[in-house]
Ligand binder design. Sequence first.
Ligand code: SAM
Length: 245
Amino acid sequence: THFGFSRIDLKDKQARVDDVFHKVASRYDLMNDLMSAGLHRLWKDIFASKVRPSRGAPYRCLDVAGGTGDIAFRIAEAGTRATEIVVLDINADMLEVGRARAAKRRFEARLEFVQANAEDLPFEDNSFDAYTIAFGIRNVPRIERALSEARRVLKRGGRFLCLEFSHVDLPLFDRLYKAYSFAAIPRLGKLVTGDEESYRYLVESIERFPEAEAFRQMIARAGFDRADFTRLTGGAVAIHSGWKL
Ligand code: SAM
């Protein structure tokens, strides 16, 4: 690849990802608004609305790579008192921002923050009704392992949902989008966080992530039923879903 990341091994990849989010944690939410011109809020609203806790009955949701809590807060807001959400992230700095944000909200008691790796979830089999991961899976070195862990911890009848950057399928928009990502985002990153390299990594990781159909097949191969996806914003992002039946 342009930046030579393909030669680093999987352990180095995680170390590099950890370093990126350690550096950007305090500016992470602001950067999302700036980079996506606020669009990430809309994508996350649509994504979180796909989680539908059953009325009144206990509902347990695991939000992996949950970072600063954006997805968990949306699910908690839509849910009832019987909705419990575990926010899991490998990075203590991101979780710390999430905890501080949660403390300002009334549903704090329904959230739990856990530092762990998506490839090795510290939960028993069949323990969640829904598994969500937003803008997280492309950072995980062994995606197949994360998918198989997702399926393991879900209950039968449980829902898998993944929001991730994808590939724009309109030629002109694609050219603009690439120009914007490769030129503007690292510069914006430098201005706001002082760290250009981390944002170069982020853009590069989006570029390398599989096409939606190829990723759908990976999800199906991990054993999920009815694996499917919807593209948003011309394919800039996609919502993938599946069931553990
Ligand atoms: N879900 C949040 C959102 O949509 O705003 C945060 C997304 S952020 C782009 C990616 C997150 O993935 C970071 O917080 C990072 O620490 C986390 N992450 C990276 N590798 C991970 C792994 N192996 N296991 C769990 N979390 C991981």
